[in-house]
Design a protein around this ligand. Structure first.
Ligand SMILES: Cc1ncc(COP(=O)(O)O)c(C=O)c1O
Length: 400
């Protein structure tokens, strides 16, 4: 008989070991268990442009499959530089100011690793995208949270001013903001920029939804504001811009002084990104204006389809100015915390959402859930139908 072996090792890193399973995973598991329509996770359920996928497939056979240049293939770096000029009037040197990464997530990780020192303060806005705090904490940063609340997600000028101190190294801004679907106005961006400049800090801008803004809005990048060109790290993603989330191709634009250490972090993290995907994304970024208009038109129509359906059922649907998401309140019909409500919707109704409170670090008592609308029309219609038939079977008091 083998003796039992007791392994006593030093603990693993507490930042990651201490993290619970994400709400996205928990809700998706529940969706699978109850065969629910999953409007929780944020990705389109149809594929991106066929010509771009074909280019990637052809490049896989006709071009090299060995390590491409560390900073990215020239074709994609040039396309990213061109896109900065075309959409925002920002002149970029593709040789020294553009880096290709394996998704915006890697770009965020590299940027935080390269720019932040232990003890640096970083200002960021709640509700938050899930990877920000773990990455910042792993880098030893001190997060300074500014909280935005539904229904209008206003930035409180005093709270913002109080979050910045002489120890502020950076502000991390996600615009358009997932999950609030808020698109920051130029005025709001300018106020944030004025604090960045006053505190001699930097702006890390997660702009993965830059091309997904609705109702005639146009996206402004913080990088284009006066005094911000040299202080901004701008992060984009082909996942959202070309509806190819599984490719994980991201790109960073920053002045050479900031990009250099970010590229070093990339060099020792992934080093490169698959070359055929990079070549295809380069062509995607050069697509004519009609492609970008169609992307917005299509998602805007889906947003309207879902939000009209939810409003008819009594949900309090908040304005969704950009991204794949909308937030809807159910507070007029139920006092349940959003985590319980979202669970009940999955189990009893067969529609999965994400409770808004999951995006806050500070305790929040929310009666809101986030829906993803970048899904096929028949999927959105089926979700509305399930909600409608469930509502019809509720006692009158509990109806939405
Ligand atoms: C705000 C935000 N940032 C970053 C990402 C990650 O982008 P990528 O898939 O390119 O890593 C996402 C994906 O959902 C996102 O919503």
């Amino acid at each position: 008989m083998m003796a039992l072996e007791y392994v006593c090792m030093k603990p693993t890193n507490s930042i990651y070991s201490g993290l619970p399973t994400t709400i996205f995973e928990t809700m998706s598991q529940l969706a699978r268990e109850y065969d629910a329509i999953n409007l929780g996770q944020g990705f389109p359920d149809t594929d991106g442009p066929e010509d771009i996928r074909r280019l990637a497939a052809d490049a896989l056979m006709s071009r090299s499959n060995q390590y491409p240049p560390m900073a990215g293939v020239p074709e994609l770096r040039q396309a990213v530089a061109r896109a900065n000029g075309r959409f925002y009037g920002v002149d970029v040197d593709w040789r020294t100011e553009v880096l290709v990464t394996s998704g915006a997530t890697e770009a965020l990780s590299d940027t935080i690793a390269a720019l932040i020192e232990p003890g640096d303060e970083v200002v960021l806005f709640e509700p938050l995208y899930d990877c920000y705090l773990p990455l910042l904490r792993r880098a030893g940063a001190v997060p300074r949270l500014v909280r935005l609340d539904p229904p209008d997600w206003q930035i409180d000028p005093e709270a913002l001013a109080a979050a910045f101190t002489p120890r502020t190294k950076a502000v991390l801004v996600n615009d358009p903001l997932n999950p609030a679907a808020k698109a920051l106005t130029t005025r709001e961006l300018s106020v944030i920029a004025s604090h960045v400049i006053a505190n001699d800090a930097m702006a890390i801008c997660d702009e993965v939804y830059e091309h997904i803004v609705f109702d005639g809005r146009t996206h402004t990048t913080m990088m284009s504001l006066p005094g911000m060109r040299e202080r901004t790290v701008r992060i984009g993603s082909a996942g959202k811009t070309l509806s190819l989330t599984g490719w994980k191709v991201g790109y960073v634009t920053a002045t050479a002084r900031l990009l250099e250490p970010i590229a070093k972090a990339h060099q020792y993290t992934t080093f490169t990104t698959p070359p055929n995907l990079q070549l295809a994304v380069a062509a995607g970024l050069d697509k004519p204006d009609a492609y970008f208009h169609e992307l917005v038109r299509d998602l805007e129509q889906k947003r309207n389809r879902l939000s009209n359906g939810l409003a008819r059922l009594g949900f309090d649907v908040l304005e969704a100015a950009g991204s794949y998401f909308l937030v809807a309140g159910y507070g007029s019909s139920s006092d349940e915390p959003d985590t319980i409500f979202a669970r009940r919707m999955t189990v009893d109704v067969g529609v999965t959402t994400i409770p808004l409170s999951a995006f806050y670090e500070t305790p929040v008592s929310s009666r809101y859930v986030r829906f993803c609308f970048s899904k096929r029309d028949d999927v959105l219609d089926a979700a509305i139908e399930r909600l409608a038939s469930w509502r019809d079977h509720q006692p009158a008091r509990a109806r939405l």
